[in-house]
Design a protein around this ligand. Structure first.
Ligand code: F6P
Length: 468
């Protein structure tokens, strides 16, 4: 293929573009695109606009896509997906093969040749587009499990590029990864990068060991040697935009909103909170069960305690997500049926996303934050909660299987598979000595403040820069 190169020094390649089509509200942009919320976009947008950067990704709807366009200093290159590619590549191979396999096989991963074939075709499309837009010797930063073949595909089209890859989710231990019929191809794909970054050192080690064992690459677990190149393999734990969270958290309107929430909930003695994408990896069902048992055993008093669960809709056509939603909603119904008073549900369940300032107000209103995934690459909700607690209040119950547990080790760490352990942790969080809780929160806040998403992006890009 002949490659026409546009002058772009830094190219981000991710499954989704950092925008979605506007809804026509007050913030509608001239051509109808709105920047997606989240720290990743906030961190990369300034770096991209400073370097005439580009972002290659899917705009979030099916069928024909617009020509490349400029948005807030970035050149955006939409990649099209057809309905069948969405089903086979996105819902199928990405979210019903790789997602469960990389999350401890909490649900059995499905292996289908036609899903794999679509994954290859779509990865090629992203790689070709990135090859067209990158300037000579540009840096290309590829993101996440949907695009693991892109680094090698891109290298074969454009050997002049420096290619980085960052995996936002866990990388599984060899015993699980070896189940994948296309394990060799996936490893080859990632080995096309110069820097392969992970959330956790264990994930980096898993990858390096697999590359040595399956592909036969040499080198140490930190620097692999492959086809005459060195590949830097290490952890770059992602974080949040601390300054932005602080700005919202310190605003008087957020504090007022937090008090309003408490009043709306009937001014309970204890407010427990969960904020998650509705995903079976998040352990929402297990925390509801733990709450139900604590109420049944009278270890928590339903007249004094309220749980708020925000479940953001996600991957709603994938069968395990449909089942998880049904289970969660049945449990919410059961608990409310058993313990609510007229006009005072004991569980408040919202199946929708909320504006970020409302989420920060919820973080501030909560006494106990429940972050109990069975496996999670990082979990930014845990970090957002900590950053929001400018009052040093609140207690974080955190799964030891979230990447965030490595930094937030002062949280009440739990194994969510251990139902009695989870119940005891929630009970202890509710009655924790406030001085001890404040000390833990202060220590976690220091950690989050020291390492934000801007530091994360800068560290990755520094590793990717060619050494002079
Ligand atoms: O955590 C991995 C991730 O892909 C995030 O990057 C993303 O915000 C989330 O999962 C939801 O992903 P999607 O809606 O694109 O499937």
């Amino acid at each position: 293929m002949s490659v026409v190169v546009e002058a772009t020094e830094l190219v981000v390649v991710a499954n989704r573009l950092p925008v979605s089509r506007g809804t026509g509200g007050a913030s509608r942009r001239p051509h109808g695109w709105e920047t997606s919320p989240g720290g990743l976009v906030g961190a990369l947008a300034p770096v991209l606009s400073a370097r005439a950067g580009a972002w290659v990704g899917w705009p979030g709807f099916l069928g024909p896509v617009p020509e490349p366009f400029d948005h807030e200093g970035m050149r955006l290159h939409p990649v099209a997906l057809s309905r069948s590619e969405y089903e086979l590549f996105y819902e199928g191979f990405s979210n019903a093969t790789l997602w469960p396999l990389y999350h401890d096989a909490i649900r059995p991963p499905e292996f289908h040749q036609e899903w794999w074939d679509a994954y290859v075709v779509v990865n090629e499309r992203y790689a070709e587009r990135a090859a067209r837009v990158a300037a000579p010797n540009a840096l290309v930063w590829v993101h996440d499990y949907q695009l693991q073949l892109v680094p090698a595909m891109l290298r074969s089209l454009r050997p002049d590029l420096r290619i980085g890859f960052f995996l936002h989710i866990p990388y599984p231990p060899p015993e699980l990864f070896m189940q994948l019929p296309w394990r060799h191809e996936i490893l080859d794909g990632l080995l096309g990068a110069d820097v392969v970054g992970f959330q956790h050192p264990v994930a980096a080690q898993n990858f390096a060991r697999l590359a040595q064992r399956v592909v036969g690459v040499s080198g140490s677990t930190r620097t692999l040697h492959h086809e005459g190149r060195n590949i830097d393999v290490r952890a770059f734990p992602i974080s949040i935009d601390v300054e932005e969270v602080n700005r919202i958290a310190e605003s008087p309107s957020t504090a007022a909103q937090a008090s309003t929430v408490r009043r709306q909930l009937g001014s309970p003695r204890v407010m427990l909170l969960g904020v998650d994408r509705l995903d079976y990896t998040k352990g929402i069902d297990l925390r509801l069960l733990a709450f139900q048992h604590l109420l049944r055993d009278r270890r928590l008093d339903p007249r004094e305690c309220v749980m708020v669960q925000i479940a953001v809709p996600s991957r709603e056509e994938v069968p395990s997500y449909v089942e998880q939603r049904e289970l969660i909603e049945r449990l919410v119904g059961e608990i409310n049926g058993e313990f609510s008073q007229m006009g005072h549900p004991v569980v408040h369940y919202l199946h929708r996303s909320l504006p970020f300032d409302e989420v920060v107000a919820l973080y501030q209103a909560a006494d106990v934050m429940l972050v109990t995934p069975l496996r999670d690459g990082m979990n930014l909700v845990a970090k957002e909660f900590v950053a929001s607690r400018v009052d040093n209040g609140g207690v974080l119950v955190l799964s030891e299987f979230a990447g965030a547990a490595r930094e937030l080790s002062s949280a009440l760490l739990v194994n969510p598979h251990d139902s009695e352990g989870l119940e005891t942790a929630i009970e202890s969080a509710v009655s924790l000595d406030p001085a001890i809780a404040r000390r833990a929160m202060r220590s976690m806040r220091r950690k989050v403040q020291r390492h934000d998403v801007h530091t994360w992006a800068a560290e990755f890009l520094a590793a990717l820069m060619p050494s002079t």
